[in-house]
Design a protein around this ligand. Sequence first.
Ligand code: ADP
Ligand code: MG
Length: 323
Amino acid sequence: MKEFEMIRRFFTEQVIKRKDVLLGIGDDCAIVSPSERQNIAVTTDTLVAGVHFPHQTSARAIGHKSIAVNLSDLAAMGAEPTWISLAITLPEADLQWVEEFCVGVFELCEFYNVQLIGGDTTQGPLSITVTAQGLIPKAKHLSRSGAKAGDWVYVTGEIGDAALALKHIFNEVVVEAEYLDSVRKRLDYPRPRVLAGQALREYASSAIDLSDGLLADLGHICEASNVGANIVLDDLPISNALRDTVGLEKACEIALAGGDDYELLFTVCEDNKVGMETALANTGNTITCIGQINRSAKITSTLNSKSVPIRAKSFEHFASSTD
Ligand code: ADP
Ligand code: MG
């Protein structure tokens, strides 16, 4: 099957047909037409086999994740996702693989009313690059740079399970059978916090999505906002699976350093706390206050009200070559 047949068969027909897409797949470019009241947020993320997902990951999970990680970036800015472009590089034209991959892609697109408007299909080592775009009312976007001393630090959902799943896959820990399914789902099928992000536009002083690990991503907020933070380890939202598998101390370490959570981390000033908590409850998201922003230039942590050193080290591409 040729490239064009594959595009026609798998990508051209879609359930989602947005009014603001004047021209979708089929020409040299797509044409979209947003309203004047909104700005466009644009983000790109690449998933490389063996780096961003283990080689044995299912096609459906790869499809889901390649969309989810991009929608997660849009969520962190408070954007409503609208259009995606999809560049796929495949070792061979494996039709069954592409079909399953598309299930993962379009499940999320249909859930969030996102239209695939173009892409590129090439041959080579498996890699997926998605560009996602979204709309934000003018001057309403969230950013990493607005955190102020005294603001509370919150996180959505639970953290650390995706990192635990990876450790299980690489035989570093053994996750009991009763937990394995839920833990693997956190790695393979992350749920981007799209509605939470939009709700936070009115309340949060800063926001970021958790891809590199809580500590690294809180570090990004602190650096951009010129502040420090203290994390209350007792309050980290850790699953029973994580705590029962590795014990509380190690669970905290994994929750701080492990990546791939795709939860939102955000800061809120005291006056916005109640409003934010109500708004987020209405989106169906659980949230946990895990600490507070301060004037120091570092991130510290406390356990049982006593200060404890942070041992976790987070993931960074090219870390070993620049250390
Ligand atoms: P060009 O050579 O002009 O870049 P292509 O032949 O690569 O165009 O693609 C033809 C059309 O199919 C374009 O509209 C392109 O956006 C779309 N397309 C190609 N690959 C994909 C894909 N993986 N997903 C979605 N659309 C795709
Ligand atoms: Mg092309």
